[in-house]
Design a protein around this ligand. Structure first.
Ligand code: BGC
Length: 463
């Protein structure tokens, strides 16, 4: 195969796998439009509504905890296929749920698929990608998350029919379609060469590697993989994660997800309509304007990120993104503070700063979180490690979503956004020490770097 055909082949595989991202985005986003109808249909209290969201998040945490180990044992592909089945049946069950309890259970069940796919898909893509374009390909996952969120906003607003309180049902049913696409696509996906070689299926692994890796790197990547397989055959348990040489990847994975969530992204993704209403925009119009504009900016800036991530590298992107996120958060706070009742100017300051906040997130922390957790762990425990990153993501996400309104009631709007900005500043300092520059470095070289007990900042630098 020549380079062009090889590239088309991997892009095609990565695109199919990243349908898992679309489901992640869709199934987390769909709930916002369904809530008003559910409230009426099942006569739910605010607490019950919160439980519906919380059960999905708890399911995701569970999926992330158990899925990682399973994907190291049975392979990445099988785990993705099973998650597609859970996505399809879970979406159907959610839409058909006859009562509140069943809906809770359906969301919990669907949450498991979200948790599993959120680490298995980026991991799968990282392991089938040639080093040179790994960042771009894994970021396709984030791109599909943002598409999923946008599609859910658009489909919710198209389906919403005030004269029909069952409108929430078709909103959930729509999720069956991408799940079936992922299921059919995943059957035809190859298993990753890295997982195969690690399991001793060397010939099979090498032939897939030859279809994806650049000719110039093929032999060295293959030999490195064989060496890794020989050198650490026994340690595959949770215990290995606490070994000293793995401290850096562990801190990196948990840390990047901490800052990704604690700069408050999902307060905007989940609650932007509420924020816009506060700023004085009126009714449904505001809600639609808010969610669609947030969704579109999120998609567009993710595309920019995909195009530049393997050229400018992870660290630069992180610092550029963080600077923009912090500035936007400070301005959002100013917009809230400068006027008790919003006037025309502060109203637009809020809109512009909120969109720039989402844009800078989409450019940096969004894709970087999922990319970095799929790159930094050694092969033997890459599934487990990535699942810890994903677990952290869902755990922190739950905490922020759960505390946001309580914090606002206690401290006020401006103060909460400034708190997020402060966390961003701490994150930037943390990032100086812990964001790894993995651009152009093979997964095996990253693994060697930890084994030699070198610091994170030295990665990618000549000795
Ligand atoms: C985050 C999600 C967030 C999404 C927004 C993802 O990287 O993990 O929590 O909702 O980006 O695009």
């Amino acid at each position: 195969m020549n380079d062009l055909r090889r590239n088309i082949f991997v892009i095609f595989i990565a695109a199919i796998a990243s349908t898992g991202g679309l489901l992640f985005g869709f199934d987390t986003g769909v709930i916002s439009g369904a809530i008003p109808f559910l409230e009426q249909d099942f006569s739910l209290t605010e607490g019950q509504i919160e439980n519906i969201t919380a059960f999905g998040l708890i399911g995701a945490v569970g999926g992330a905890i158990f899925g990682g180990r399973i994907s190291d044992l049975v392979g990445r592909k099988k785990v993705i296929i099973v998650s597609a089945i859970v996505f399809a049946t879970g979406a159907f069950w959610s839409g058909a749920a006859p009562n509140f309890i069943q809906l809770l259970l359906a969301r919990l069940y669907l949450g498991v698929a979200i948790g599993v796919s959120s680490f298995a898909v980026p991991l799968y893509i990282a392991e089938i990608s040639p080093t040179r374009i790994r960042g771009t390909l894994v970021s396709l996952f984030q791109f599909m998350i943002t598409i999923g969120i946008l599609v859910s906003y658009i489909s919710d607003s198209a389906i919403a029919d005030n004269s029909n309180i069952s409108s929430w049902r078709p909103m959930f049913y729509i999720g069956v379609i991408p799940a079936i696409i992922l299921f059919i696509g995943a059957i035809f996906l190859p298993e990753t060469p890295r997982w195969l070689i690690n399991k001793g299926r060397t010939i099979e692994g090498r032939s897939i590697l030859a279809k994806i890796e650049d000719q110039a790197n093929l032999n060295s990547v293959f030999h490195n993989l064989l060496n890794e397989t020989d050198s650490n055959n026994n340690n595959q348990n949770w215990g290995i994660l606490f070994k000293k040489w793995l401290r850096s990847p562990l801190i990196i994975a948990i840390g990047i997800m901490f800052f990704q969530q604690f700069v408050g992204i999902n307060t905007v993704i989940y609650y932007s309509p509420k924020i816009f209403l506060k700023a004085g925009f009126l009714g449904n119009e505001a809600a639609i304007f808010a969610s669609i504009s947030v969704g579109v900016i999120n998609v567009l800036l993710t595309i920019v990120s995909i195009l530049i991530i393997d050229r400018i590298g992870r660290r630069k992107l992180f610092f550029i993104g963080m600077t923009g996120i912090i500035t936007s958060l400070i301005l959002m706070g100013v917009a809230f503070l400068s006027s008790e009742v919003f006037n025309q100017n502060t109203k637009w300051l809020l809109v512009v700063s909120m969109l720039s906040y989402v844009g800078f997130f989409a450019l940096s922390l969004g894709p970087l979180g999922w990319l970095i957790i799929s790159e930094v762990f050694p092969l033997k425990i890459r599934g487990l490690g990535a699942s810890i990153g994903s677990l952290s993501n869902w755990g922190f996400n739950t905490l922020v979503a759960w505390s946001f309104f309580k914090l606002i009631r206690t401290f006020g709007d401006a103060e909460v956004f400034w708190l997020f900005a402060l966390i961003g500043i701490i994150g930037t300092i943390w990032g100086y020490f812990y964001i790894p520059e993995t651009k152009g470095i093979s997964l095996e070289a990253i693994e060697d770097h930890w084994k030699n007990n070198k610091t994170v900042r030295k990665l990618g630098q000549a000795d």
